[in-house]
Ligand binder design. Structure first.
Ligand code: PGA
Length: 244
């Protein structure tokens, strides 16, 4: 957990021209691990351009090893494409594709079986936060991935309050730090041996302006960036903020 982790989640955005422009404009900083997760179809080209400056991630993979699952990409294929990291359980997957903790766990197992690093996304809804249930919700999501957290060689958690994703409304640093502390407590409880090696990232409207404030707290070991990762200058500024 010595390096800070900065992950770009393009979601269903970007094209080849943007990919080429981005690949040539990112800083290479030894204390930051930068990962770019484009739509899966672009991963191979991105891996060709990485040159050790960044790693390639996928936004999702299937929950099966292989077989008759039309439209799915397997974890082994992700590795074949040159990816080293896979997001799993992103709230958009959970809500748009009805992925529950069981499916997230099955995907996570596939990711670690392929030798890749899962980044498990968790986070509460606005209703859960306003009713004081945020910590319980996130605790349950983290606990459901105990097996994966214990068995992965490398794994990270991304805390992304759903109400802060793509809304421009980031959690306050206090809210983020409190949740990161709670997640750290859960990890120490459920996977004591693995806990010190697990980074906890914050995601939800991270941008070049709020990144330095987030990185001022040791509880925040990285960020998962959606919208701002589609702006090369802004994303480069976030990587530089992580290096400080
Ligand atoms: P956002 O997305 O930075 O656009 O809020 C973050 C995410 O969903 O990973």
């Amino acid at each position: 957990m010595t390096q800070r982790l900065v992950i770009a989640n393009w979601k269903m955005n970007g094209d080849l021209a943007f990919l080429e422009a981005l690949a040539s404009s990112l800083p290479s900083l030894s204390n930051v691990q930068t990962v770019i997760a484009p739509p899966a179809v672009y991963a191979l080209r991105l891996a060709e351009l990485a040159q050790g400056v960044f790693e390639v991630g996928l936004q999702d993979v299937g929950s099966h090893e292989s077989g008759a699952h039309t439209g799915e990409v397997s974890a082994a294929m992700a590795r074949d494409l040159g990816a080293s990291v896979v997001l799993v359980g992103h709230s958009e997957r959970r809500s748009e594709h009805a992925e529950d903790d069981k499916i997230v766990a099955a995907k996570c197992e596939q990711i670690i079986a392929a030798g890749l690093m899962p980044v498990i996304c968790v986070g509460e809804t606005l209703v859960e936060r306003e009713s004081g249930k945020a910590i319980d919700r996130v605790r349950a999501q983290v606990t459901a991935q105990k097996h994966c957290l214990r068995n992965a060689k490398e794994v990270a958690i991304a805390y992304e309050p759903i109400w802060a994703i793509g809304t421009g409304k980031s959690a306050t640093v206090t809210e983020a730090v409190q949740m990161h502390q709670a997640i750290r407590g859960v990890l120490k409880e459920i996977v004591p041996a693995a806990a010190p090696g697990i980074s906890i990232l914050y995601g939800g409207s991270v941008n070049a302006e709020n990144a330095p404030e987030l990185f001022a707290y040791p509880e925040i070991q990285g960020v998962l960036v959606g919208g701002a990762s589609l702006d090369t200058q802004q994303f480069a500024a976030i990587i530089r903020a992580a290096a400080k």
